[in-house]
Design a protein around this ligand. Structure first.
Ligand code: SF4
Length: 288
């Protein structure tokens, strides 16, 4: 960091954050910290004591004078469709920026139709409650940075079409330690996704189009295709992937239904359309 003057963002489990001197911390504008909700949930996913340690370090860096954005980065596992309760907990302990991703479709061995269908029902119901809460909360003249919500609503307000929302393979790339450039940081070993190397002109990096399965989808201009890794590897059977898409469509339609109310709040000056703008491609995938 002493020698490379670039904008810094960080994704971390938060366990060693206390070790970083404040002059380095404050060069990192945004820090994504893994925390999955309340103590019980976080510790059951990440080990006993994780929640307290992460929260202690979050308080500590704020006390030291960290002024950047701290984003809670949640993993939603199939045992916990209660996104509403978990997000509300994170808000109650001080987070106002939150992102989540559903742990689904990333491994070949873990598809279970019955389990995922039960999750889907609970998760979608919980998303409906969370969207209601989020829009009601705007009466307090604030827009909580729930990244999946602000990303989608920002596009709906601007009538903007989106490519893959994490930026993988069109606007965001990863550099391997050998200098090769790949479309996504979790696909570093997949040669089909090599996009260039450190000698490449950034404008010549290989660009990857939307996945075939998404071409005729009615929400593809808002969804963008969820995840390059997921759509390329197709680790779950098609019926499982379609169930994942049901969570995405539900989320998009619930937010779409709220757009007239949100526009009214903007017109009345209670909130601003600027409240939905965010830095793209630094970490949150937007589509969970
Ligand atoms: S909802 Fe599914 S099929 Fe539609 S664009 Fe998103 S990932 Fe593709």
């Amino acid at each position: 960091m002493d020698n490379i003057n670039v904008p810094y963002r960080m994704q971390t489990n938060g366990k060693l954050l206390n070790e970083l001197p404040i002059e380095y911390l404050n060069r990192i504008d945004r820090i994504l910290i893994s925390i999955d909700g309340n103590k019980e949930k976080t510790d059951s996913n990440r080990g006993e004591g994780t929640y307290n340690l992460v929260m202690k370090n979050v308080s500590l860096i704020r006390e030291k004078g960290y002024i950047g954005e701290i984003i809670a980065r949640m993993t939603i596992d199939l045992k916990s469709p209660d996104i509403y309760e978990q997000v509300l907990h994170l808000i109650s302990i001080g987070f106002s920026s939150i992102h989540w991703q559903i742990d689904a479709g990333f491994y070949a061995y873990d598809y279970d139709k019955k389990k995922f269908s039960i999750f889907l029902k609970g998760y979608n119901a919980s998303i409906t409650k969370l969207v209601d809460f989020w829009v009601k909360d705007m009466q307090n003249k604030r827009v909580l940075k729930l990244y999946p919500f602000i990303g989608i609503v920002d596009s709906l307000l601007k009538n903007e079409k989106s490519l893959l929302r994490c930026g993988a393979g069109h606007s965001g790339y990863a550099i391997r330690t050998d200098g090769k450039i790949v479309a996504c940081p979790i696909m570093t070993w997949i040669e089909d996704f090599f996009s260039g190397d450190l000698n490449s002109n950034p404008e010549d990096l290989k660009v990857f189009p939307i996945a075939e399965r998404c071409i005729n989808c009615e929400v593809n201009h808002i969804c963008g295709g969820r995840c390059l890794y997921w759509s390329h590897l197709r680790l779950w059977p098609e019926e499982g992937d379609q169930l994942i898409c049901k969570t995405i469509k539900h989320l998009i339609y619930e937010l779409k239904n709220k757009v007239p109310e949100i526009k009214e709040l903007i017109q009345k000056g209670i909130i601003s359309s600027k409240n939905f703008e965010y830095e793209k491609y630094f970490g949150p995938e937007i589509i969970p």
